[in-house]
Design a protein around this ligand. Structure first.
Ligand code: ZN
Length: 267
């Protein structure tokens, strides 16, 4: 089995301090949490920015966060989010100018509960072009299986390079349900030399992480996807990473360091 890449998504767009005091929101809090997660075994940090708690996309705030992370863990792979919640249009890509090693790219639209997560084709193309221009590896965020076909179309159009890296985000209300059958279908649907990771949302996080480890994929964890360790017990980001490290031992998978993760992902 390959070494396991652990991505931590510490902040996201949704958790607030009222929901959990453990969510890092300011650049300094994110930097300090990044170090704890790095020490626990995470090699990639998936970053969302907040401005007074609200989702933000400004280049200045992203730079502050990246600086705080790099200062404490220079080895860690930085992946910024170009996701939608609370942000819209091309602004979602403003921080790509900072040339992080990776960025998320959602390759289609989907419903999230009672809202539309809109990713029109021209916006996807624009974000992919920006990533190409700055040599940023996209992580294709897959909320439904058609998004895999769209990612392959982007590859065929020369906007993204192979091997494509996918993140299967499973268990959002309104999107693809989180179960092993759907995961196997997604794995079977991607080009052969691709790499993939799984994010399970809410109560599905742990099970989906386990399936990903078992099926030789990679794992995303963190408070962006789920704020509980178990029912009624709030998690910390480092605690969630530590749990993945414990589980990976059961499946005899060693943890990839950031440099090993760079090789696996062809960064
Ligand atoms: Zn995200």
């Amino acid at each position: 089995m390959d070494k396991l890449i652990i991505t931590v998504a510490p902040t996201g767009s949704v958790p607030t301090k009222e929901m959990t005091p453990h969510v890092p929101l300011t650049p300094k809090e994110i930097g300090e949490d990044a170090l704890r997660c790095y020490n626990a075994g995470a090699s990639i940090i998936h970053i969302h920015a907040r401005d007074n708690g609200k989702p933000a996309s400004g280049i200045k705030i992203f730079k502050e966060i990246i600086d705080e992370v790099k200062q404490r863990c220079p080895e860690m792979i930085i992946q910024i989010s170009t996701g939608g919640r609370g942000r819209s249009g091309k602004k979602r890509g403003s921080a790509l100018k900072l040339k992080p090693e990776m960025a998320s790219l959602t390759t289609g639209s989907v419903n999230f509960s009672n809202m539309v997560y809109a990713n029109p084709p021209e916006l996807i193309d624009y974000l992919a072009e920006q990533m190409k221009k700055y040599s940023i590896k996209p992580e294709c965020e897959i909320f439904d299986s058609a998004m895999i076909s769209n990612a392959i179309l982007l590859y065929e159009a020369g906007l993204i390079k192979a091997p494509i890296h996918f993140n299967f985000v499973m268990g959002m209300t309104g999107a693809l349900p989180a179960n092993e059958r759907n995961l196997k279908f997604l794995i079977d649907s991607i080009p052969e030399n691709s790499t993939w990771c799984v994010s399970g949302i809410g109560r599905y996080q742990l099970d989906m992480n386990r399936y990903a480890i078992y099926h030789n994929g990679h794992v995303r964890t963190g408070l962006e996807d789920n704020i509980y360790m178990e029912k009624g017990v709030l998690a910390t980001n480092a605690g969630l990473v530590e749990r993945i490290v414990r589980i990976s031992k059961e499946y005899k998978r060693d943890i990839a360091s950031p440099s090993e993760a760079r090789k696996i992902l062809s960064l």
